[in-house]
Design a protein around this ligand. Structure first.
Ligand SMILES: C[S@@+](CC[C@H](N)C(=O)[O-])C[C@H]1O[C@@H](n2cnc3c(N)ncnc32)[C@H](O)[C@@H]1O
Length: 356
């Protein structure tokens, strides 16, 4: 067995990874949490959080007028009223204006989790019983909304991960960067956009996410420097897809995809070695993923996200792995950690690895 130095032993685990939500979860919390999550997602899809982020006082008559010709104003107002019941806005002027509260500001910061969960995985969770009984299977009868999964990840990146990544990348010298499982290509566009003279590739399996990626790149004015390519990274690793295009990549990054690449136990031990071969010029790998939460059944408190992440992946048949397993797999591929930092979402670690 490979012995791996535990680089993270000295890094304190962030307090919010243990969470503050009580377990056991009461029926009132479970029910209200379920409905509240759908309200957060509805407000996001309607652009209301964006408006409140720009101006904390929202005139609901203006909102209704600008929401579109088919707007159902009463429904719109009831959704905002539900947000007020949750304490995220305060209704004023006989209910014609909504004022963002401090709790609402925090929801705006964390809304990516709800885009991910309600927007991306609602069907998977709703069909859990049919997946368990064998009446339905993920991937054929039941699907996730990949664009929403990618969009939610992108929102979280902007809210509370970008700063960490920027400080880590400040020490990484790169000319051509590839982002594997790049979602809507927001990260690769931001990182390349901030470093003149560099170029980037965003690789993602999802058609809808890649389409959104083309849009992100165009909006950032980076069509000459960043490309979104729709491809399965497993084909890149195991079937030599896109070899010529990838030959010049000197730095590979990937966020929240690795567990998918490691799903198959047959290929798992060699996946990172194959990844290195697919990017022969790459010396640095910046890799982050959400890992298996230690002692999850016994915890008296729950953090945001972890329960949903663990259940969603169980329903999709994708196993999750401990930090120790990742470190063993890195070591087996000659990827040596230079830096390890907590990466925003509970139980997520970011590694800067050197290819030796
Ligand atoms: C959780 S999202 C993360 C997106 C982005 N990396 C981020 O952190 O914002 C995972 C992304 O990986 C993509 N993905 C999943 N399996 C893939 C595969 N085999 N090859 C390429 N992309 C894949 C999904 O379509 C999705 O966009």
């Amino acid at each position: 067995m490979t012995v791996v130095q535990d680089l993270t032993a000295a890094v304190p685990t962030p307090a919010d990874w243990a969470g503050a939500a009580p377990a056991p979860v009461g029926a009132d919390q479970a029910f209200n949490g379920y409905v509240a999550g759908t309200v957060i997602n509805a407000l996001d899809r309607l652009g209301i959080w964006d408006r409140l982020a720009a101006d904390p006082l929202l005139d609901l008559r203006v909102l209704a007028a600008e929401t579109g010709p088919a707007v159902r104003e009463r429904v719109l107002r009831e959704i905002v009223r539900a947000a007020a019941t949750c304490g995220w806005v305060r209704l004023q002027n006989n209910g014609d204006t909504a004022l963002l509260t401090t709790a609402g500001q925090e929801i705006i910061r964390m809304r990516g989790y709800f885009t991910w969960g309600v927007g991306g995985y609602d069907e998977v969770f709703a069909q859990a019983h049919r997946i368990a009984s064998g009446e339905a299977a993920f991937g054929t009868d039941v699907r996730r909304d990949e664009a929403m999964v990618a969009l939610g990840s992108g929102q979280n990146d902007r809210s509370f991960m970008a700063g960490t990544l920027d400080s880590v990348l400040a020490d990484v010298d790169f000319s051509v960067l590839a982002d594997l499982g790049s979602g809507i290509s927001a990260r690769v566009s931001r990182v390349v956009g901030e470093r003149p003279g560099t170029r980037g590739l965003g690789l993602d399996i999802s058609g809808p996410a890649t389409e959104l990626g083309h849009r992100t790149i165009a909006e950032a004015g980076l069509t000459d420097r960043v490309r979104a390519i729709r491809t399965d990274v497993l084909d890149v690793c195991h079937r030599a897809a896109h070899r010529e295009t990838l030959a010049e990549v000197d730095t590979v990054m990937s966020f929240f995809l690795l567990h998918d690449l490691l799903a198959d136990p047959e290929t798992r031990p060699h996946t990172f070695t194959r990844l290195r071969e697919a990017f022969p010029a790459a010396r640095t790998f910046v890799l982050a993923d959400t890992m298996l939460r230690p002692g999850s059944e016994d915890s008296r408190t729950l953090p945001v996200f972890s329960l949903g992440y663990e259940l969603a992946h169980a329903l999709m048949g994708v196993p999750l792995h401990t930090k120790e397993t990742y470190e063993e797999l890195f070591a087996g591929a000659g990827l040596v950690p230079r830096r390890v930092v907590p990466f925003g979402t509970p139980h997520s670690w970011l590694y800067v690895l050197e290819a030796r």
